[in-house]
Write a protein that binds this ligand. Structure first.
Ligand code: FAD
Length: 333
């Protein structure tokens, strides 16, 4: 059998690696670990050094035990308090600061999700350091790569801050195995800070479909769908036939064809599925920023000059109202 390869960063500076320690934020909802938040663990493992997971909320011991099996985690720290259930950043920021200080971490990582983007800037402000957002690669313990200008330029950032606070792009750091790990589970500190912010309610789009950000296949519709009724009538059977998640362009979301949570792009979600099949989407740079890392991009558009065809692996010029139902029937057959 071949020897296990030594990670590049580890081999470069083994002594330094031993000093590194990362706190990776794990997201949970209603007692279930959010698998897409495990990108923070994957990134931390890539960096090297010891990696601790952090989870908080009411009755989260079971989630902590589940997380202990995630490969690469040495320790899982949990704080059991319902004040942290809904991810309110006003509650979470002081909680994290206390636990970061206690653990003396060199790095703190979270997914570049709504939660990570909400919480870590406050943590950075309280610690008086500058956050580095949406990293897609790690060059060394202080140098990170991130896209700017909607992915049109790639920036390499070196930071002398301590600790380094980072959000990581999920599609760049695929989650490792959720089995086989044997982390210890330990209770963290709870500052129990009185907050003036209270969680009142939320309206969530319910769906049995795969989660958009981590789905293997995504079908996505744009302004070309013309209305919400048509979007549902044309795109839903296609998604069903493929077992795919549904996405949308911002124009489709702004026009009320699709829910806000389905937006793909610079100001929406980043996806990198095996297949991204889009119809009636022109391919604006802000849309491409969220999907151009997909393995296979297929596009249906009636305009042969639409920019989406410049990034598409497979293109079909035609009327989507004709082509999509035809394709759906063929897939079903
Ligand atoms: P359009 O550009 O109007 O394209 C519709 C396409 O449908 C056309 O190519 C047309 O040929 C085709 N079509 C029409 N009818 C048919 C038919 N019957 N059959 C086949 N094809 C048909 N956009 C995003 O998507 N995500 C983002 O996150 C995002 N963030 C943004 C952030 C900023 C700061 C800004 C300024 C813009 C952002 N945008 C984003 C908007 C972006 O610039 C585009 O306006 C948007 O992506 C266009 O959506 P669309 O392709 O659905 O619509």
């Amino acid at each position: 059998s071949r020897p296990t390869p030594v990670p590049r960063l580890l081999s470069r500076n083994a002594a330094l690696q031993r000093l590194l320690s990362t706190l990776a934020l794990l997201e949970q909802r209603d007692g279930k670990l959010n698998m897409s938040s495990l990108a923070a663990v994957s990134a931390a493992v890539k960096l090297g050094g010891s990696v601790h997971g952090f989870v908080a909320g009411g009755n989260v011991k079971a989630v902590a035990d589940e997380a202990a099996k995630v490969e690469g985690l040495e320790k899982v720290i949990f704080v059991d308090n319902t004040a942290y259930d809904r991810g309110l950043p006003e509650n979470w920021a002081p909680l994290l600061v206390e636990n970061i200080k206690k653990g003396g971490y060199t790095h703190v990582m979270a997914g570049h999700s709504a939660f990570g983007k909400n919480v870590l800037p406050r943590v950075s402000a309280l610690l008086d350091v500058q956050q580095i957002s949406d990293i897609t690669a790690i060059e060394s313990e202080d140098t990170f790569v991130r896209p700017i200008y909607a992915g049109n330029a790639i920036l390499t950032v070196q930071s002398s801050d301590s600790p380094k606070i980072l959000t990581v792009r999920g599609t760049a750091f695929p989650s490792g195995s959720t089995e086989g790990g044997s982390a210890t589970v330990e209770e963290g500190v709870d500052p129990k800070v009185e907050s003036v912010t209270e969680w009142v309610s939320e309206e969530l789009a319910k769906s049995d479909r795969p989660e958009l950000a981590t789905a293997e296949k995504v079908v996505s519709g744009g302004r070309g769908l013309k209305s919400k009724e048509e979007f549902d009538r044309v795109m839903t059977p296609l998604a069903d036939a493929l077992g795919a998640a549904i996405g949308a362009s911002r124009a489709a979301v702004d026009s009320g064809f699709a829910d806000n949570s389905l937006q793909v792009g610079q100001t929406g979600k980043n996806v990198a599925p095996q297949l991204y099949l889009c119809a009636g989407i022109s391919g604006a740079i802000q849309h491409l920023a969220g999907m151009k890392d997909s393995k296979v991009i297929a596009a249906i558009n009636k305009d042969a000059d639409a920019p989406i065809f410049q990034v598409a692996d497979v293109g079909l010029v035609g009327d989507l109202f004709e082509k999509v139902p035809e394709l759906t029937e063929k897939l079903k057959a």
